[in-house]
Structure formats: structure tokens, C-alpha cells
Ligand binder design. Structure first.
Ligand code: CA
Length: 222
């Protein structure tokens, strides 16, 4: 899951980034509207969090341009604007929802989960894969009902594999899962993550198969 966060308030941006990364989301942070546009041109995001009050461009213009270009990615608007007119205008232009500052970070997380769940899992609360289970709400992963202790990278890779169980996941797509704007990740780093995941999963009879030259596959349980 890769999110774009366009927010010029440094403190808020850093706080959101750190909470979301811990949840296994990859977050690219930009401070300016122009940088948001550039990022959107380069990367296929799953969701954008957009502050309306950016220093260079009105956030509403970013929403309008995206929709006019036919892009469908979900947009959650973050706004300090009190007026109902601004909010209505945002939704009319094609934002999917908005949250008003100051907000509780847990509420924002809940909104994000709802978006991504609707988009991806059609309200499946849990994805089971033999003795592994992915809770799509909390994004925790369990082995035999015990929560696995995973780093954000391990969590992102394992989620990607579980969502395509029995199917090949290309190495490049895993690299994208674990990269973010400011930290490019190498093939080697993905190999290390896979190696660690195998160790954590081996007692559970869960097998990640290497498809040489292509990527990895989480074997379907018997
Ligand atoms: Ca702002």
C-alpha cells in the first residue's frame, strides 16, 4: 500500500508518516502542490492524503486536475478550513472524504482503513492462508493466532504475498511496496526481507517459494 501525503505542516507530516509506516503503509511525503503533481505522475498510489492549504497551489485545484485527467485514486482531504462551502466544493470536485484539523490520528487511520478495505478487500475482515491470517482492519498478521512481530518492510512484503497467495509476485512490485520517496530499495534488500520472513514463518509450515529471475510466491496451503 503506497500513500502520498501532501501536507506542508512539518510536524503533522512527520507524525502521520511515522504512524502510517508502523502500520505497514509506504508513505511519500511532499510539502508543495507541485511536488504532489510530480509524484502522482510517477507513481501509482493507492490513496492520497491532501491538505487543502498548501503554500503554492490550492489543494482544490489538485483535486480538480486529477479528476479531469480521469485519475480515480481515492483522495482524503485534510483541511483546517471551517466553512462548509469549502468542504462541499472539495467533495463536488471529486475528493472522496475529508477530515477537519485538528483531528485524532486514530480517526484518520480508521478512514484510511475504510478506503483501502473498500478498494481492495470488499469488506473481507480477514484473509486466511492456512495457519496465517491477515486482519485487514488492523493489518496485523497472525500465525496460529499469535501475532507475528514484523518490521514495516516485512509486514508490507508479507501482506503483498498473502493478497496474491498461490500466485507469483514480481520482485519489482515488492521493491515498490517497500520503497518510498526518500529511500530507494534494492533487490538485495528485498532478498533480505524474504530471508527473515522465511525464518519467522518456518515453524508454521508456511513456504515462500523463489521463482528464479522473477520473484516470489506464497505457497497455497494444502
Ligand atoms: Ca497547510
Amino acid at each position: 500500500m503506497r500513500l502520498l501525503l501532501a501536507e506542508d505542516d512539518e510536524q503533522l507530516s512527520e507524525a502521520l508518516n511515522s504512524v502510517l509506516q508502523h502500520r505497514g503503509y509506504r508513505v511519500d511525503c511532499v510539502r508543495r502542490g507541485q511536488d504532489a503533481r510530480t509524484a502522482l505522475d510517477c507513481v501509482d498510489y493507492d490513496l492520497m492524503l491532501l491538505d487543502l492549504g498548501l503554500p503554492d497551489v490550492d489543494g482544490l485545484d489538485v483535486v480538480r486536475d486529477l479528476r479531469q485527467a480521469g485519475k480515480k485514486l481515492p483522495i482524503l482531504v485534510i483541511t483546517a478550513r471551517e466553512t462548509i462551502d469549502d468542504r462541499i466544493q472539495g467533495l463536488d470536485l471529486g475528493a472522496n472524504d475529508y477530515i477537519v484539523k485538528p483531528f485524532d490520528i486514530r480517526e484518520l487511520e480508521a478512514r484510511i482503513r475504510a478506503f483501502l478495505r473498500n478498494a481492495q478487500w470488499e469488506n473481507q475482515p480477514e484473509i486466511l492462508c492456512g495457519r496465517l491470517a491477515l486482519d485487514t482492519t488492523s493489518r496485523q498478521i497472525f500465525l496460529d493466532r499469535q501475532e507475528l512481530e514484523l518490521t514495516p518492510r516485512e509486514s508490507a512484503v508479507l501482506q503483498a504475498l498473502i493478497m496474491r497467495v498461490g500466485k507469483l509476485v514480481h520482485k519489482q512490485s515488492l521493491i515498490e511496496q517497500v520503497s518510498s520517496w526518500d529511500s530507494e530499495v534494492t533487490e538485495n534488500a528485498v532478498e533480505i526481507v524474504i530471508h527473515r520472513l522465511r525464518k519467522k514463518l518456518e515453524s508454521g509450515g508456511v513456504n515462500i517459494r523463489t521463482v528464479r529471475g522473477f520473484g516470489y510466491l506464497l505457497e497455497k496451503p494444502e
